[in-house]
Each structure stands twice: as C-alpha cells, then as structure tokens.
Ligand binder design. Structure first.
Ligand code: 6GU
Length: 230
C-alpha cells in the first residue's frame, strides 16, 4: 500500500509515523508513506497556501492552486483508489473504515487547515471526507496520523500472530477484555482463577464474556450494534 499525505505541517506527521509497528511495516516494504509539504506546490512568490474567503469575516481558506497542483502531480504518477480530506464535518472514522482502507493500493490524504478548502475542490477531487470525532482539532494532521496508524496495522503481514488484528477484541463491536501480568496478587487483588487454570477453552470463554460485559456497561451504543439492534 502507498499513502501520500499532503499537509502544511509535515513535521507533525513525521515522528508518529516513524516508530514501532508503522516503522517496521515500512521497513518490511508493506507500506510506503510519503509526506508532501503543500507549500512546495505553491506558485505564489511567498509560497502562500491560504487565500481569502468569500464568506466575509470567516477566516482564511486553503488556496486552490497548491492543492490542485499537488493532487494533479500525484495523479499523473499513479492511480489513486481514494482521495481523502480530513475535516471535522466529514463522516466519522471507525474500525470498519480502517479495514476498508487497508485493502486499497494507493490513497491520498489531504489534511484540512484554516477554515477548510473550497467546496469545488471537495466536489471535484475528494472521494472521501473523514472526521475522527466530535471535537475540533487545530488541523487535520492528527486525524491523518490516526487514520494512517489504524489502517497500516491492518495490512496483512504488518502485525505478528500474537498481536494480530483478530485478537483486537472482536474488531468492530466489542471492547477488549482486561489483561493481567505478574504478580498473581497485587495490593490485595488476585488475578481471576480461570486465567491461572491453563485451560485454553475456559480462558477464551472468560475473555469473551468479559468483553461482552464490559461493552454492555461502558459502551451501550456499541453493545446495541453487537447484538444486532442497530
Ligand atoms: Cl479530520 N480535523 C479537524 N480540524 N478537527 C477534527 C477532525 C478533523 N476530526 C475531528 N475533529
């Protein structure tokens, strides 16, 4: 998979996408992540990437020209399955969307900034608009990191069997069960006996029940989906 990220703040993206599992995925050749500074595509003599909004007093908008140039340059080099725009008014991101993206060959993520981009760029180029939750970030960079991280770990071969996505609780609708490490007793609290039983079947059943109970208690919204009510 290849991910091209277009941003006015490349520094924000570099560190989080250069560690741990994502770093290893790149080293194994399972993903290429290219971060592009939007400013490098600006034809303005001051390399400006913002422009005035026609909605008076509404703050600056990302300029059309550098975005068009960046996307056109990339599109001339390969075909893209999705051109994603990160924006608080996009569709809510979730595990299912991460799963879908992990199956794509080439995607572009354009990080939203200022008051957003011209609606015609959205209509013409953008195939998917994503928000990562109901709160406002200063820019779409952190959202791009979240999307990239959650997607890349799902690419086949990225996770070892031990950490495989299938053991991430039950993917879409259940929270993970609690986990324990040494010592067997800590501050008067003991590890549940079943986990010490050595019986794999009993342990799996216990984990599953814990996941269901926790979801019911902590995330009634997810629980409804899990039991098929929504
Ligand atoms: Cl994608 N961008 C911004 N600026 N804020 C957000 C967001 C995106 N998703 C949630 N909040």
């Amino acid at each position: 998979m290849r991910i091209d990220i277009i941003t006015v703040l490349p520094e924000i993206l570099e560190s989080p996408l250069n560690h741990s599992i994502i770093k290893r995925a790149k080293e194994k050749g399972l993903v290429e992540i290219h971060i592009h500074n939007l400013r490098n595509f600006s034809e303005n003599k001051h390399r400006r990437v913002d422009d005035y909004s026609f909605s008076k007093g509404a703050g600056m908008v990302m300029a059309i020209q550098p975005i068009e140039k960046a996307i056109e340059v990339l599109k001339s080099e390969r075909e893209y399955d999705e051109i994603i725009f990160t924006t608080p008014d996009g569709t809510a991101f979730n595990q299912r969307e991460a799963n879908m993206l992990s199956l794509k060959e080439n995607i572009i993520i354009l990080c939203g900034h200022y008051k957003g981009i011209d609606q015609r760029i959205r209509d013409y180029y953008i195939t998917k608009e994503i928000s990562i939750g109901d709160y406002v970030l200063t820019g779409g960079e952190l959202a791009a990191v979240v999307i990239t991280d959650s997607t890349v770990r799902l690419i086949p071969g990225v996770l070892s069997d031990e950490t495989s996505a299938l053991t991430d609780s039950f993917q879409d609708c259940l929270l993970s069960p609690p986990v324990y490490t040494r010592p067997i007793e800590y501050k008067g609290m003991k590890i549940p006996d079943i986990l010490l039983s050595g019986n794999d079947k009993l342990i799996d059943d216990w984990k599953y029940n814990q996941a269901v109970e926790r979801t019911k208690k902590l995330r009634p919204d997810l629980y409804k989906k899990f039991i098929g009510e929504e």
